[in-house]
Design a protein around this ligand. Structure first.
Ligand code: MG
Length: 160
């Protein structure tokens, strides 16, 4: 039964460090500081991929692309997103909408918001007006170098 709507939730967290480009949502938002991780550490894409995989009932990102596998060292997460979307499409589902919240102190996300929506829309095959990206700052409540992302995805059958 593929006619029902499926909701998926994805979450990721990476630390900001100097000396790496900042990759978020498939874009490079800064050159002199970025997220630490085995792959390019694109926390927004990682959370979005997990939300979509979760909704489709598929294995999660860490199972499909283990961070112990040298093949994924420095991996471009847009490639992981495309691979994940191929698997999702084979289940007869498509992405209807994505909604993301970032907890991030720097850089300011507002100037990049439209580009991030566009980039996610292209990667997950959904119109940009069905992708939302919201950002909050820690306001002294936590570690300003920790970036956290939560994404909710809605999927439906490709027959609908
Ligand atoms: Mg990650």
């Amino acid at each position: 039964m593929n006619d029902d709507a499926r909701i998926g939730l994805g979450y990721d967290r990476h630390r900001l460090v100097p000396g790496r480009p900042l990759r978020l949502g498939g874009l490079t938002l800064a050159q002199d500081f970025g997220l630490l991780g085995h792959s390019d550490a694109d926390a927004l894409l990682h959370a979005a991929i997990d939300a979509v995989l979760g909704a489709a009932g598929l294995d999660d990102l860490g199972t499909l692309f283990p961070d112990t596998d040298p093949r994924y060292a420095g991996a471009d997460s847009t490639v992981l997103a495309r691979t994940a979307m191929d698997l999702v499409q084979r289940t007869g589902l498509r992405v209807v909408s994505l909604d993301a919240v970032l907890l991030i102190d720097r850089p300011k996300i507002a100037p990049h918001r439209a580009a991030l929506r566009q980039s996610l829309a292209a990667l997950f095959g959904v119109p940009a007006d069905r992708v939302n990206v919201k950002a909050k700052t820690t306001e002294g409540s936590g570690d300003p170098d920790l970036v956290e992302v939560t994404v909710v995805a809605l999927l439906r059958s490709t027959r609908l």
